[in-house]
Write a protein that binds this ligand. Structure first.
Ligand SMILES: *Cc1c(COP(=O)(O)O)cnc(C)c1O
Length: 312
């Protein structure tokens, strides 16, 4: 599978809660059901394809979008894929089924053993003469950050070509890599807009600090810490009981969005973020602004929701 990336589409959804809403469809990245993990994987596999690695080791739950995409792209190259997963997260989802279909080896261990298990697998592979490439969970790290700087550049080109300016960008923030990339893009271009990550799990101050660290690690010296700090807006009001926790309001908005626009959201990431964005716009009395919602993918989770509830 040769990876090619064109700009993902931006759709004008018209008036929404006294603002003008646009959506950037990273869920439509054209391989492995897209999403931000596919955008990050594009750069990881660029390294792998040029580095001559013969296997990949990563971490994540068996139901994760990240592991689905990595397992898929490994299978396409005939590379073996090792996924270390914590016992606590085991759940049988469409992503799990696809990961198995792609022949990835899932090594399940208790949470506290994950770190050592990864190191063990890498060292065993090396001792067998193999050359593993390691990808952090969720595609976290500078390569993942870079993927979202590129996404930010796409947003700038769209604005320039369409004579538009987005005052706000909203999206689901998990490991914070997507968030860090967008913030780097904003700082590098000295832009004046708000980039607001809706947390799907983490709480402040940790969630925000991880993003600040990622931004600093990518940008290095040369940016004032204060300007970085003020650029990172991490809203943790909508996490509920944490990762994966959802509710009737989120499901109602998912139903509304698929009915109105024909766009699937999922209850763990994009639906939670869309709900959070809507509530944030109302509570902060934001009106007359151009809003961009970045759809980060997770389409298989939409189908998990249908299967679990039999209806939405
Ligand atoms: C992983 C994921 C996110 C969170 O992205 P991070 O870069 O980890 O913050 C958001 N949406 C979807 C659908 C995801 O799979």
């Amino acid at each position: 599978m040769k990876l090619e990336m064109e700009r993902t589409p931006v759709q004008d959804l018209g008036k929404y809660l006294s603002n003008h809403l646009f959506i950037k469809r990273d869920d439509l990245i054209p391989y492995s059901f897209g999403g931000n993990k596919a955008r990050k994987a594009f750069l990881f596999f660029h390294e792998i394809d040029n580095g001559g690695n013969d296997c990949v080791v990563t971490y994540g739950s068996g139901s994760s979008n990240h592991c689905r995409v990595i397992a898929n792209l490994c299978a396409a190259r005939g590379l073996s894929c090792y996924i270390v997963s914590s016992l606590e997260e085991a759940k049988n989802t469409f992503n799990t089924q696809m990961i198995k279909l792609f022949g990835a080896r899932i090594i399940t261990v208790p949470m506290e053993k994950v770190h050592d298990t990864i190191l063990d697998i890498i060292s065993v592979l090396r001792s067998e003469g193999r050359d593993p490439f390691f990808i952090e969970g969720g595609g976290h790290g500078n390569i993942g950050t870079k993927a979202y700087i590129q996404c930010y550049q796409e947003i700038l080109s769209y604005e320039e070509e369409n004579k538009k300016h987005f005052d706000y960008i909203f999206f689901a923030s998990g490991t914070g890599t997507t968030h860090a990339g967008l913030v780097c893009g904003k700082l590098m271009n000295n832009d004046n807009r708000r980039i607001i990550g809706i947390s799907v799990a983490r709480k402040n101050p940790r969630g925000r600090n991880v993003i600040i660290d990622s931004v600093c690690s990518y940008l290095g010296e040369g940016f004032e810490h204060e300007s970085i700090e003020s650029a990172v807006i991490f809203v943790d009001d909508y996490t509920g009981k944490g990762y994966g926790d959802t509710n009737g309001d989120i499901r109602a908005i998912i139903r509304n969005v698929i009915e109105t626009y024909g766009i699937p959201l999922d209850p763990i990431y994009s639906g939670k973020a869309f709900f959070g964005m809507s509530d944030y716009l109302i509570k902060n009395r934001i009106q007359g602004a151009n809003i961009l919602f970045l759809h980060t993918g997770g389409t298989p989770l939409f189908f998990d929701m249908l299967r679990e509830e039999n209806t939405i």
